[in-house]
Design a protein around this ligand. Structure first.
Ligand SMILES: Cc1ncc(COP(=O)(O)O)c(C=O)c1O
Length: 387
């Protein structure tokens, strides 16, 4: 074990188990460890590095802003940097979603969504989805599914039920106007890269409308181009009442956003964050959006991602241990009939970083800038390992 791993283990709380790897630098879709060894990063640091490691647009944005002003605390002072970013962010969100609460993480964006849903509707009950994942704070954990991550922290937030994902009849059976909101991901990420049937999101929208219930779309993993659209819900042309965004939004700088319909607001002083909306995060996220537009990243992800998924499906159909390949754009799951971790380890030996989702799924969330050649090269090595 090298020094860095040992030190992190010594001072860590035990909650994280690291790979035997200490990273030093990155460029585009590649990272290098402290010994100078190069890896293709098909996990994007848990789906964060959309426009690539070491992107100079982000580096310049952060650096320039840090010389001017890093912090103009939200709730006290306005800032042209933040104001311009809010305008840019709401220009890529669907419909009339234009009220933004800025946070430092995905979890906090979900927390804000749950709170605003309750305060806006005056109702407390929330419907969430089996296999959904929304974060680790008490609120976001309560709407998440995995029981083994929740049991030791109980009692959690009450008035939350979980129903099967992707089955509109189950929502119709469960819902009533007693509920404040339904929270769901457009494609479930941690739950196993589960793509709902076409038309499901649109049907959820209609059922929510009929029952006067808010629709909260957790786009923390799927948003900012991951599926080839700005947001996963754009695939079905659906406008939820609230979108939660984070991960790729800051290109590696911590930032999240809860973006609500223009008629939904908090009461003054009833929510807040010291660092939410800090200027470094706003400039980084502005640079991400600008870079994506200038380089037509959405089309790249649509074309290359969907080609890659088709290729994987074809090439793995005769590998008995592969149960299914699914995904959209640069969000790809390979479900196995057996545990995924030994395969992640074997793929790691090929100098490729990947993720799991659940016990039996290999999850790929490549940086959106990954070239077709690099992605196909990585996929061929993964296929070789699976064979
Ligand atoms: C769909 C979804 N929601 C919420 C979260 C929590 O975000 P964070 O880890 O930034 O708090 C995640 C993180 O993986 C996620 O994938």
């Amino acid at each position: 074990m090298n020094n860095w791993l040992a030190l992190e283990e010594k001072h860590g709380t035990g909650v994280y188990g690291n790979w035997p790897l200490a990273l030093e630098k990155g460029k585009g879709s590649f990272v290098w460890d402290t010994e100078g060894k190069k890896y293709l990063d098909l996990g994007s640091g848990l789906g964060v590095i959309g426009i690539g490691h070491g992107n100079s647009s982000i580096a310049d944005a952060i650096s320039n802003q840090s010389h001017k002003l890093t912090h103009a605390v939200n709730g006290y002072y306005a800032s042209p940097v933040r104001a311009n970013f809010l305008k840019k962010l709401t220009s890529i969100t669907p419909g009339d979603l234009e009220k933004v609460f800025l946070t430092n993480s995905g979890t906090e964006a979900v927390e804000a969504a749950l709170k605003i849903a309750r305060s806006h509707t005056g109702k407390s009950k929330i419907i969430s989805m089996i296999r959904g994942y929304h974060g680790r704070s008490m609120g976001s954990l309560s709407v998440s599914w995995k029981k083994e991550n929740k049991a030791m922290y109980e009692p959690l937030v009450p008035d939350i039920i979980h129903i099967p994902y992707g089955k509109i009849e189950k929502l119709e059976e469960a819902i009533s106007s007693d509920y404040a909101a339904v929270i769901l991901e457009p494609i479930q990420g941690e739950g196993g890269v589960i793509v709902p049937p076409d038309g499901y999101l649109r049907a959820v929208r209609e059922v929510c409308n009929k029952n006067n219930v808010l629709m909260i779309m957790d786009e923390i993993q799927t948003g900012i181009g991951r599926t080839g659209f700005w947001f996963g819900c754009d695939y079905e042309d659906v406008t939820p009442d609230i979108i939660c965004s984070s991960k790729m939004l800051g290109g590696g700088v911590p930032i999240g956003a809860m973006i609500a319909h223009k008629n939904i607001s908090f009461q003054r002083g009833k929510h807040g964050s010291t660092f939410g909306g800090n200027l470094i995060g706003c400039q980084a996220a502005s640079a991400v959006i600008d870079f994506m537009v200038a380089n037509d990243i959405l089309n790249h992800v649509k074309n290359v991602g969907n080609k890659a998924i088709d290729y994987l499906k074809t090439e793995t159909q005769n590998i008995p241990k592969v149960k299914a390949v699914r995904g959209r754009g640069f969000m790809i799951g390979i479900e196995l009939f057996e545990p995924a971790v030994p395969y992640l380890k074997a793929i790691f030996k090929e100098n490729i970083l990947t993720l799991s989702a659940g016990k039996k799924i290999i999850r790929l969330l490549p940086p959106l800038v990954t070239s077709e050649n690099d992605l196909m090269d990585g996929l061929n090595k993964i296929i070789k390992v699976l064979k």
